[in-house]
Design a protein around this ligand. Sequence first.
Ligand code: GLN
Length: 283
Amino acid sequence: MTPRDALARARAAGVDRLDAQLLLAAALGRPREWLLAHDDEALPDAAHARFDTLLARRAAGEPLAYLLGEREFHGLLLQVTPAVLVPRPDTETLVDWALALLAGPLADEAAPVVADLGTGSGAIALAVCRGCPRARVVASDASAEALAVARANGQRLGLPVQWLLGDWWQPYAQAGVPPLTLALSNPPYIAAGDPHLPALRHEPRPALVPPGGNGLAALRAIVAGATPHLAPGGWLLLEHGHDQADAVASLLRNAGFDDVQHREDLAGHRRCTGGRRPAPAPV
Ligand code: GLN
């Protein structure tokens, strides 16, 4: 069995060519480029066996990121395990919005405090921490297992995010985090009956589906609890489903937020909605 045979076998199993190359490179412990120059060389038995296992798992729908143990997000290489959602390119929209606020309307804040609620792999928090070194970034998750993945990513990347265990807003007051300049979250927002869920079965369900039926429960809880944790004039930015932008905008307006607006993902869906806690009127 040569790399050429291995890739033909992957094609027959219906596995994407790039995925197959990355899995074969991982099985060999070599960079992907190595495969090109060694197309007709017999694979060591152990690598062959490792590749067969990885290929079978990929063909059965396991995300490539779990099989490789890593995924790139906003220019950072993150380690991921099945304890965390695989970071998505859509979520880079939320990070870009946060960094634009920090570099623009919030540029005068010398030491902004930024929170990432439900951080999973740490993707949002770490990308904001790298993109805005003057910010103090705090991130939380209700899953201790997820938080261990996030913390390890922070350590490996040398990014000083503070990690807190707990549900939505609960850990912030407890940890004495100062009023937030900016709060971010990509919470679970998929409805329990959504037809896309079977394809996401390898990812942690609590990271995808909130309690209740329509996918809004976590977004609702975060908006409902936000105001006391935000500094006056502080922002709350949320990622949500492609058809939830109007619902999230209503939640924010009803909770007293100003400047409610949206940002689109790469597919042109309104994927993020956010608003500002009113600053007190000047006296
Ligand atoms: N965007 C993810 C998906 O649709 C869901 C992420 C989430 O629920 N927060 O696959």
